[in-house]
Design a protein around this ligand. Structure first.
Ligand code: WTA
Length: 650
């Protein structure tokens, strides 16, 4: 990676919320006295029904890991995101909705309208018997109702769990069952890139595997025909028209869960990451304002899906807590053609634009002619998230979208962290392409030696990335399994939160994320556990064994490489390959479909039967020189066979 520095312009710095000197002093204050720092921020940024007296109460000690912030404070998240803005911003647009089809008019939903919609939605939930603490699964496309549903839950103290609309019925059923949801909210069909996905039919299929008490709330979005089960299915829009337009807020403890979001890890099934009401909201709001240098009047566009944490924090909670105008886009970057992002920026005069490197690479591949026709002069800050950005993509973004003038914030964070952890603050730091730069306030990153677990204290160093102390946006637990929470994040390196990423710190103290060091891969900015894909593959009757690893992919960042050993009586064929691809799509969803399947008569295993993934990774990466010691394998000859038959050679 190039180490060239890109400082912000003087003009930008003059208007920015945070300049270099302010960053330095605030950062110091945030780690010297976290209680004073966060107490001040929480009082400034949020409205409390009952003020808190305790600020931070956290422990990273294995066996008694506990994360609590503002624990005796009482507030309501929906109130903070809507009601408190009504007096001053009632007529301001809260949400701009840009539909999949550019011919369909955009919607501008004011804070007053948002208030009414959310209240009505909340009353629909109450009418279904949803109570404080109940779980509500949301399986919706990128439509305003997704935000209404989230905020309606927050209003009445229910806990939402959004399932990305690209997940299969099986994946949906697993999540409904794991969190014990009372209700699932879906839509008839979801248009994306001109095609439609049957979300209601997926939900019907999922509910076959769930308790028959689960109610199904259906948003009739496209009006497409769906099946209807009278005593289970509820027409949300029709009900919303009937219920009262106002709904009182439910006072909630700062530590009451706001939402659960399932995410992939190294092992087992996805875990339900639990986020809090007070600390999470504070952290989402503060990072949205400062990382993007958001100012009143700006139109903010985070291009993620609400099904991922990025959408939670930077489409809904962060921007709305700040009284911002946030854009929700239903479509895809390449429909009707590869100019769509830039057209939307021009149309709505977007000031801050936030996307994933994979989208940039996909658009880069289409050439600059799709950018040239759009007026991008409204832009002030660009952002990226989800995976390391390669220099080509960074330069393309900088040259063509930023016109060489805009700060690019490369934000490193995770579902678990709630908000940005290592990120430039655009008026405070010069950026280096590919580096997430410096920690956000209160975040104390450390680089650890992967084997000894010792902190590497030299400025310039490389190892695994861990965090030394808690921050308000940190996840609180794994839903229903606190032990798994402790084991996953606090047991490898005692006393630290271990992120699962490798990193390098350069001579200027800048952090460079080098990618996951566990069995999690990052496909098109989507996080995927290789174990999940493996268990889907082995669930197929013709598959005896499977091992899945990531490999470098030009557009997706990483692709999914599956080694498959068939049952004795099966022969490899193109047809079977397609059958397995389709199988994984239905088991998990299209995002998990293997990019490459290699037939493997045997997998490299140790004598105790453990699959040597390191070797499989190297073969997938075409890096045979670095296979390391294979002499401990039960049958070293399988490696030769795998190399001989590596996918791109056949
Ligand atoms: C990766 C997404 C490099 C990282 C918000 C992390 C990144 C995982 C960056 C979390 C970045 C995220 N540079 N890598 N700027 N941002 N990652 O939970 O491996 O979907 O652990 O959260 O994405 O993915 P998740």
């Amino acid at each position: 990676m190039t180490e060239k520095m890109y400082p912000p312009s003087d003009d930008f710095v003059a208007k920015a919320h945070i300049d270099a000197a302010t960053y330095a002093s605030m950062y110091q204050a945030s780690v010297d006295d976290p209680d004073a720092f966060w107490s001040h921020e929480a009082r400034q940024r949020l409205d409390w029904i009952e003020p808190f007296s305790v600020v931070k109460n956290t422990s990273f000690d294995l066996g008694k890991v506990s994360v609590k912030w503002f624990e005796d404070g009482v507030l309501n998240v929906a109130y903070n995101c809507i009601d408190r803005h009504l007096e001053t911003r009632g007529d301001q647009t809260a949400i701009i909705f840009e539909p999949d089809d550019p011919e369909t008019p955009a919607q501008h939903i004011t804070y007053t309208e948002l208030h009414e919609k959310v209240c009505r939605f909340a009353n629909v939930l109450l009418a279904q018997g949803v109570m404080r603490g109940d779980r509500v699964v949301i399986y919706l496309p990128m439509i305003p109702e997704a935000a209404y549903a989230m905020l309606a839950c927050a209003r009445i103290g229910a806990i939402h769990s959004i399932v990305f609309a690209g997940f299969s019925p099986d994946a949906l059923a697993n999540r409904i069952n794991d969190c014990g949801a009372k209700v699932v909210i879906t839509a008839d069909t979801a248009p994306r890139g001109g095609r439609r996905t049957g979300l209601k039919s997926n939900t019907d299929a999922a509910l076959l595997h769930c308790s028959d008490k689960v109610r199904c709330l259906v948003v009739k979005h496209t009006g497409d025909q769906t099946t209807w089960i009278d005593d289970r299915d509820v027409d949300v829009k029709a009900m919303m028209a009937q219920v009262a337009p106002d709904c009182p807020i439910r006072p909630m403890g700062a530590e009451d869960p706001l939402f659960i979001l399932y995410t992939s890890g190294s092992t087992g099934k996805p875990k339900g990451v639990v986020h809090s009401s007070g600390g999470y909201l504070l952290y989402a709001a503060m990072t949205q304002q400062l990382t993007f240098d958001y100012h009143d009047g700006d139109v903010f566009w985070c291009g993620a899906d609400v099904g991922w944490v990025t959408g939670h924090s930077y489409i809904v909670y962060g921007p709305l807590a700040n009284g911002a105008t946030t854009l929700m886009f239903e479509g895809v970057p390449t429909y009707p053609d590869a100019s769509r992002f830039w057209q939307v920026i021009e149309k709505h005069k977007v000031a801050q634009f936030y996307t994933a490197p994979t989208a940039i690479r996909a658009l880069m591949g289409q050439g600059t002619k799709f950018v040239e026709g759009s007026d991008l002069s409204s832009l002030k800050v660009l952002g990226t998230v989800g995976e390391p950005i390669n220099p080509e993509a960074w330069n393309w973004y900088n040259d063509n979208i930023g016109k060489g003038k805009l700060p690019i914030v490369d934000t490193w964070w995770q579902t678990e962290t709630g908000g940005h952890m290592i990120t430039p603050l655009p008026g405070a730091m010069a950026t280096k392409p590919g580096s997430a730069t410096k920690p956000f306030f209160g975040v104390q990153p450390v680089v650890l030696d992967p084997t000894s677990g010792k902190e590497l204290t030299e400025t310039q160093t490389e190892g695994v990335l861990a965090i030394k102390d808690s921050w308000p946006g940190q996840m609180r637990t794994v839903w229903g399994d606190h032990e798994r929470f402790e084991k996953t994040y606090f047991s490898d390196y005692k006393g630290y939160y271990f992120a699962g990423d490798g990193c390098r710190r350069d001579a200027d103290g800048y952090y460079w994320i080098t990618g996951r060091v566990d069995d999690v891969i990052n496909v098109s900015g989507h996080r995927m556990g290789t174990a999940e894909v493996e268990s889907a593959l082995v669930a197929h009757a013709k598959v005896a064994e499977a091992a899945v690893v990531g490999y470098p992919h030009e557009v997706k960042g990483q692709g999914i490489y599956a080694y498959v050993t068939l049952m004795n009586d099966q022969q490899p064929s193109e047809e079977l390959r397609r059958e397995l691809e389709a199988w994984v799509r239905t088991e998990i969803g299209p995002i998990a479909k293997p990019d490459l399947i290699q037939w493997a008569p045997g997998l490299p295993k140790t004598r105790s039967g453990k699959i040597m993934r390191r070797i499989l990774r190297k073969i997938a990466e075409n890096d045979y020189g670095a296979l390391g010691d294979t002499s401990t394998l039960a049958d070293p000859s399988v490696v030769d066979d795998l190399i001989e038959n590596r996918m791109n050679k056949v």
